[in-house]
Design a protein around this ligand. Structure first.
Ligand code: URA
Length: 431
């Protein structure tokens, strides 16, 4: 079939076959289908959509376009989690060891900072010596030995996604649910797990601003994962304010350690327990998510999850003594407080903006710069909390000097009003 005809069918709202989708995508990866042809098809999909079957064919083709990880040497149901990205999201750092501590194997491929959101790989690399670039053999062997591993996804995982994503980014076709689902799920499927928990975020700091869009994405992710023969559940969580208090790398690891010790901010703990509960259920460690939540709580309180985190760090060459003494994590040369100029209640936090500012301080690459592992923002007041004029709203950290204009920008991220409700972290489950 001519590529021209494949594009024409989608433009006219007809269905493409599995073979047509394969021919188009693999042709594009090999350089035989021109970028303008692929761009036209992506635009047609953006407008016309894809059926679930077409979305699955696209996902499968992309998943098989590169290396796929074989987790079959590892016994048990291998469970993975994926977050659609947010500000202050340190959930993976907590739940990977937590779920592994219950005997459910977790082989997690993870990414680096993207746009205004940080990356788990960059966060964990702030631990002195910690190595995320594991070979497939090291990755699988470690999961067999200690029950978990976290490695950075290499370029050869779903290469079709990388090429297509770059084109979508240039042609304003990112915000299409079937394209997002195929992008996320192709990488997850290539990672080899049997079951997935998706943390789909909504709100100012999320990729999907509106809850109803996040819900539609969550439903589509779960439907297509099931078509792929996998178990899947999605958790809908709020990104209307940063998750927890820390936004950065080393400071997020320190906050994750607090949660692993049974304390830490309530919203981080609640979300970690919700995600872990679903993972434990899908992994067969418990008979329902409620039991999963109790089990996860017990593992935080009895130190088993923290001990698993120590093992994870040591296995990947890191200095596990940071767990007892987080001051051994990289510390910044500059630490500046941003103070409120009026009294009231925190009504809103410009979360996406705070993520971007944290990046400017050095927490993400933002261009060619090296990451400063100590850089970031500690949020001291969350939505619904009272604040007095002169009280600290946030602490900024960096190894470069922090100008007054940055303090002003951060101060403006906190809208102070006369009343506001505290924001719930969870908005539901899709399963
Ligand atoms: N994250 C992805 O990995 N892909 C998308 O298309 C959107 C968000």
């Amino acid at each position: 079939m001519l590529v021209y005809e494949i594009i024409r069918k989608k433009l006219d709202g007809e269905k493409n076959s599995a073979e047509e989708i394969r021919q188009l995508v693999m042709g594009f990866v090999r350089g035989e289908v021109a970028p303008e042809q692929m761009a036209a098809w992506l635009a047609a999909v953006y407008i016309r959509g894809l059926s679930d079957e077409e979305t699955w064919w696209l996902t499968e083709t992309m998943a098989k376009s590169g290396r796929t990880i074989d987790l079959s040497p590892i016994e048990g149901i291998k469970v993975d989690k994926h977050s659609t990205g947010g500000v202050g999201d340190k959930v993976s750092i907590v739940v990977v060891p937590l779920v592994a501590a219950a005997g459910v194997p977790v082989a997690k491929l993870t990414g680096r900072a993207l746009g205004h959101t940080g990356g788990t790989a960059d966060k964990l690399e702030s631990i002195p010596g910690m190595r995320l670039n594991l070979s497939e053999e090291e990755f699988v062997a470690q999961v067999k030995r200690i029950g978990c591993a976290i490695a950075v996804a290499t370029e050869d995982i779903a290469p079709a996604d990388k090429k297509i994503y770059a084109l979508r980014d240039k042609t304003a076709t990112i915000a299409s649910i079937p394209l997002i689902v195929s992008s996320i799920l192709s990488k997850k499927l290539a990672g080899g797990a049997d079951a997935f928990v998706f943390d789909v975020k909504f709100g100012d700091g999320a990729f999907m601003r509106r809850l109803e869009d996040a819900k539609a994405l969550a439903e589509a992710l779960v439907r297509i994962a099931k078509l792929a023969g996998k178990k899947a559940v999605a958790v809908l969580s709020s990104m209307e304010q940063p998750l927890g208090c820390a936004i950065g790398n080393a400071i997020e690891v320190a906050e994750a350690i607090d949660v692993l010790k049974g304390s830490g901010p309530d919203d981080v703990r609640e979300l970690c327990l919700a995600v872990a509960a679903q993972m434990l259920w899908l992994g067969g460690a418990v008979t329902n998510p409620e039991e999963g939540r109790s089990k996860a709580m017990e593992l935080l309180q009895n130190g088993a999850a923290l001990e698993k985190f120590r093992q994870l760090i040591s296995a990947q060459g890191g200095d596990a003594s940071i767990v007892e003494d987080p001051t051994k994590l990289p510390q910044p040369s500059y630490r500046v407080e941003v103070r409120a100029e009026q009294s009231g209640v925190i009504a809103k936090i410009a979360t996406r903006k705070l993520g971007l500012i944290s990046g400017q301080l050095g927490a993400t690459r933002m261009g060619a710069e090296q990451i400063d592992p100590s850089a970031g923002i500690i949020v001291m007041k969350k939505v619904g909390e009272n604040v007095e004029s002169g009280e600290t709203l946030a602490i900024l950290q960096s190894n470069k000097q922090i100008g007054n204009e940055v303090l002003e920008e951060v101060r403006n991220c906190f809208a102070i009003g006369s009343s506001a409700e505290r924001l719930p972290i969870l908005a539901g489950f899709v399963g």
